[in-house]
Design a protein around this ligand. Structure first.
Ligand code: C5P
Length: 399
């Protein structure tokens, strides 16, 4: 139920626009107020009259009508909502959002706001699969925009595949979860994740077996509790979650710069498997065999320790959490690491190949704090993430 919550619903132009009428009924039935906006293309598919009758509010269509109204400029309209929903979100609206264009009311509202945005895309299969749309999708995801759908299925144009607007009930459920206030609402949390790649030359690099699965699950769990999440990831194998602000980096040095630029935050979780060393004598051109069987000698330099730098820095978050992936003497190494790096908690785990943890779906961790050590049973990385996110919420609430 959503009493007292206001959704700004932007209806884009497409056959699926009729489903937005059903969505308005569901939202109104749940007690939410709906401010409807129609793009000029949408007016070809649904009428302002039916939208306003269902929403029981004036429908906004033109940018200049709105700015003429002294009491309700476009800035205010976009900011008075708890959530902006675009359904259907057309390829054109996504392109405008991804490039920051503001040439009509809908795109201006979307640019003029920092209210969370949920997109329900709907378009022809080929348009959805087009590299331009996929590029825009990646950009919008990285900007922290949430998505519901599109679904696979028969399209109005007769083709089959991804591009169908999600059913109104599914969009409603996504709205409900986006609007639910969680224990971390209002908190900004940073998560590092994935491996780093340290170049040897322009085509070769040193990496490690981290998939990024645990860090990704933590970012999603924090988001689900309402946190605003900045997710700084190396080249991971798993996709970044929706609804978090993603920054992609390659090397440890880039990760440190991105982390420092994201401060201040309320809490920081350093789940990345950062390379301890980079190649000091990395070549700027591709290294070649010398024909004499002589192998190149790589020299290493120590990378900055991001966790230690932030723990000891002057913008230290209230809660700093590190990971200790060990293969032997796990707990004693982890305890020493907590002290040496200056973080509040360490999540220790055994990454010996026999455990299947690194790159696997499960994790078995011990949470080490100043007061206690708790060994959790082996569980999925998502379950570890949810448990840890709840602990973080408790700790920040007690602050
Ligand atoms: O020293 P070690 O790599 O085992 O420490 C692991 C913890 O420190 C993890 O939380 C990892 O994200 C963080 N770390 C870091 N920067 C490094 C090395 C590790 O932030 N250069």
């Amino acid at each position: 139920m959503l009493p007292g919550r206001r959704v700004l619903l932007i209806i884009g132009g497409g056959i699926a626009a009729y489903k937005s009428l059903l969505l308005i009924r569901l939202l109104r039935g749940a007690g939410a107020a709906v401010t409807p906006v129609l793009t000029s293309a949408a007016e070809h598919f649904v009428t302002a009259l039916s939208v306003s009758a269902l929403a029981n509010e004036k429908v906004h269509t033109a940018l200049f009508d709105l700015t003429a109204e002294a009491e309700m400029g476009h800035i205010e309209l976009s900011r008075s909502a708890d959530l902006i929903v675009v359904a259907p979100a057309t390829a054109d609206l996504m392109a405008k959002m991804a490039t920051g264009r503001a040439d009509d009311l809908a795109s201006t509202l979307l640019l003029a706001t920092d209210t969370p945005v949920l997109l329900a895309p709907a378009m022809n299969v080929r348009m959805w699969q087009h590299p331009a749309t996929q590029r825009n999708l990646a950009t919008l995801r990285a900007d922290g925009i949430r998505f519901v759908g599109p679904e696979d299925g028969q399209m109005a144009c007769g083709e089959f595949g991804p591009g169908r607007l999600s059913e109104p009930e599914a969009i409603f459920a996504a709205i409900q979860s986006a609007l639910t206030l969680g224990p971390l609402t209002g908190k900004h949390i940073l998560v590092t994740s994935g491996p780093t790649h340290e170049p040897i030359d322009p085509v070769r690099y040193i990496a490690n077996r981290s998939s990024g699965a645990q860090g990704t699950a933590i970012a999603a769990a924090l988001r689900d509790l309402g946190a605003q999440v900045t997710f700084i990831t190396g080249p991971a194998l798993v996709p970044a979650p929706d609804g978090v602000h993603v920054q992609r980096v390659e090397t440890a040095a880039e990760m440190l710069r991105a982390v420092e630029a994201s401060l201040p935050v309320d809490a920081a979780i350093f789940a990345a498997a950062v390379a301890d060393w980079r190649v000091a004598n990395a070549s700027t051109s591709k290294m070649k065999k010398d024909g004499l069987g002589q192998a190149p000698a790589l020299e290493f330099a120590e990378n900055p320790d991001i966790l230690a730098t932030i723990s000891k820095g002057n913008q230290r978050p209230a809660l700093v959490i590190g990971f200790a992936a060990e293969t032997d003497d796990i707990l004693s190494h982890a305890r020493a690491k907590r002290a040496r790096k200056g973080c509040d908690w360490i999540v220790a785990n055994d990454v010996s190949p026999s455990t299947g943890i690194m790159g696997g779906a499960e994790n078995a961790v011990t949470l080490i704090t100043a007061e206690a050590e708790e060994t959790w049973p082996r569980m999925s990385k998502e379950a570890v993430a949810r448990k840890l996110a709840l602990r973080i919420a408790e700790a920040l609430a007690a602050n």
